[in-house]
Design a protein around this ligand. Structure first.
Ligand code: SAH
Ligand code: SF4
Length: 396
C-alpha cells in the first residue's frame, strides 16, 4: 500500500469509527453499516474481524492486532487486561471505545450430572442491571449451551416461568454471543470431569425469551456464531426454538436455516390457543404450511417440542391429533417433562406415561423421543434461577 492509499484507508477507518459513534447508515468500501449498530456502542463479543481491523487501524495500529484480540475473544477472554500479547495502549482503547464485557457472572450452580447454570447481569445500555440465564449441558461427545435472547417474554405461555416474568427488552447480538463466550471461559478455567465434554460444540436458543421476537439481535448473533473468524459453529450445530411466529420463521429460513424446534405442545387449535397463545395469531394450519416450506439440509429434521402436562395434552386423543399433524418425513416429536416452579398451576405427566405416549406415537410411524431431564438438582428450567434470586431480594 502506498502512502496515499494508506492515508485513504486510515481516513476511511477513522470515518467508520466515527460513524459507529454517530448516526445514519454509512457506505464504506461498498459495504453498508446499519443504523442500529451505530446507535448501540460496539460490543466485543459479536464484532467482526473486519470492523475491529478498521477500528484498530484508525488508532494507528497494525492490522494483525485485531486478529490477536479476536483470538482472545473467541476463547472467551473479553477483558483486555487479560489479553497478554497486546500493548497497553490497545487495551485502553478497547476498554474505552467498546463494551468488552456486556455480561457479569452473578451466580453459577453446578449439578451433580455436570450441568452448569449461569445467572448473568447485563452491564450496559437500557437493560443494565437486568438478569438473564444460560445453561451448559455436557454429554460424552457434545457440549451444548442454552442461551437467552430476551429479558422476559411477552408471549405468556401459561406453563412457562419466563412467560410469567415481566418483559424488559431484547438482548443485543453481543449480549447473546457473550453468553456462549462466558460459558467457554468458565469451562476453560474449570473443566468438568474427564468423562464429560468441556467444550462448546452446540448452541440452542431455548433459554429465556422468544428468539424470533428479537430478529435483529438473533440474526446478528447467528452470523457471529457461524463466522469463520468467530466461533465457527456450523449451522447444523445450532438450534433455534420458537413458539411459532410464522413470518419470522420464513425469514429465518432465508437468512440462516439453522435447526428449527417448534414449541407445539398441542395439535388442536383450541388447546394450543390456551397453551401457546401466539397460536391465536398463527394457527396450526398456517404453521403447518410454514414448516413445510422451511428448508432443511441433508438428514436434518424439524423438532416438535411437546411439554407433557398431566390431564391437559397427554390424553389418548392427543396421540390421534399429533398423528394427524406431524409430517413424518421431516419432523420428529420431542416429549419434554414439565419443570415445575413455585406458583405453577400445572403438573407434569409421569415418566411412565411419557414413555407410553412415546411408544404410541412410534407405533403410528412418528419418530418420538423423550427428552432426558438434566440438572434437576439445580432446577435447570429457564427463568428459575432469576426468580429465585429475586425472591431472595438480592437483585441489585
Ligand atoms: N420462546 C421459545 C424458546 C424458549 S422456551 C419457545 O417457546 O420455543 C424453550 C422451550 O422450553 C420451549 O419448548 C418451551 O415451551 C419450553 N418450556 C417452557 N417452560 C417450560 C417448563 N416449565 N417445563 C418444561 N419446558 C418448558
Ligand atoms: Fe415465551 Fe417461549 Fe416461554 Fe412461551 S414458552 S412464554 S414463547 S419463552
Amino acid at each position: 500500500m502506498n502512502n496515499e492509499q494508506h492515508r485513504v484507508a486510515s481516513f476511511q477507518a477513522a470515518a467508520l469509527h466515527l460513524d459507529f459513534m454517530l448516526t445514519g447508515p454509512t457506505l464504506i468500501d461498498g459495504k453498508l453499516y446499519n443504523a442500529s449498530m451505530q446507535q448501540n456502542p460496539l460490543q466485543l463479543p459479536a464484532i467482526t474481524l473486519e470492523k475491529l481491523t478498521a477500528l484498530t487501524e484508525s488508532w494507528g495500529m497494525p492490522h494483525y492486532r485485531a486478529k490477536q484480540v479476536i483470538q482472545w475473544r473467541n476463547r472467551g477472554i473479553l477483558n483486555p487486561v487479560d489479553m497478554l500479547n497486546i500493548p497497553g495502549e490497545l487495551r485502553e482503547r478497547l476498554s474505552s471505545s467498546l463494551i468488552c464485557e456486556p455480561l457479569k457472572l452473578v451466580q453459577r450452580q453446578c449439578s451433580t450430572d455436570g450441568t452448569r447454570k449461569y445467572l448473568f447481569m447485563l452491564t450496559s445500555g437500557r437493560l443494565k442491571g437486568k438478569m438473564v440465564e444460560s445453561v451448559y449441558i455436557p454429554e460424552e461427545k457434545r457440549g451444548t449451551v442454552c442461551i437467552s435472547s430476551q429479558v422476559g417474554c411477552v408471549l405468556d405461555c401459561p406453563f412457562c416461568h419466563t412467560g410469567t416474568q415481566n418483559f424488559e427488552g431484547n438482548l443485543s447480538s453481543g449480549e447473546i454471543v457473550a453468553q456462549v463466550l462466558a460459558v467457554k471461559h468458565d469451562l476453560l478455567k474449570e473443566p468438568l470431569a474427564p468423562e464429560l465434554n468441556s467444550s462448546v460444540t452446540h448452541v440452542v436458543y431455548m433459554g429465556m425469551g422468544e428468539p424470533l421476537a428479537n430478529e435483529e439481535g438473533v440474526h446478528e448473533s447467528l452470523s457471529s456464531l457461524t463466522d469463520p473468524d468467530g466461533l465457527k459453529l456450523s449451522k447444523r450445530r445450532i438450534t433455534l426454538s420458537t413458539s411459532g411466529l410464522v413470518p419470522q420463521i420464513d425469514r429465518l429460513g432465508e437468512v440462516a436455516s439453522v435447526n428449527l424446534a417448534i414449541s407445539l405442545h398441542a395439535a388442536e387449535n383450541r388447546l394450543r390457543d390456551e397453551l401457546v397463545p401466539i397460536n391465536r395469531k398463527h394457527p396450526l394450519q398456517e404453521l403447518r404450511q410454514c414448516l413445510n416450506r422451511y428448508s432443511l439440509g441433508k438428514q436434518r429434521h424439524i423438532t416438535l417440542e411437546y411439554v407433557m402436562l398431566d390431564g391437559i395434552n397427554d390424553r389418548p386423543e392427543d396421540i390421534e391429533l399429533l398423528a394427524g399433524f406431524v409430517n413424518r418425513d421431516r419432523e420428529r416429536v420431542n416429549l419434554i417433562s414439565f419443570n415445575t416452579y413455585p406458583g405453577s398451576s400445572y403438573t407434569g405427566s409421569s415418566k411412565q406415561h411419557m414413555n407410553e405416549f412415546a411408544k404410541q406415537l412410534i407405533s403410528k410411524g412418528i419418530r418420538a423421543t423423550v427428552r432426558r431431564s438434566r440438572g434437576q438438582d439445580i432446577m435447570a428450567a429457564c427463568g428459575q434461577l432469576k426468580a429465585e434470586r429475586k425472591a431472595e431480594n438480592r437483585e441489585p
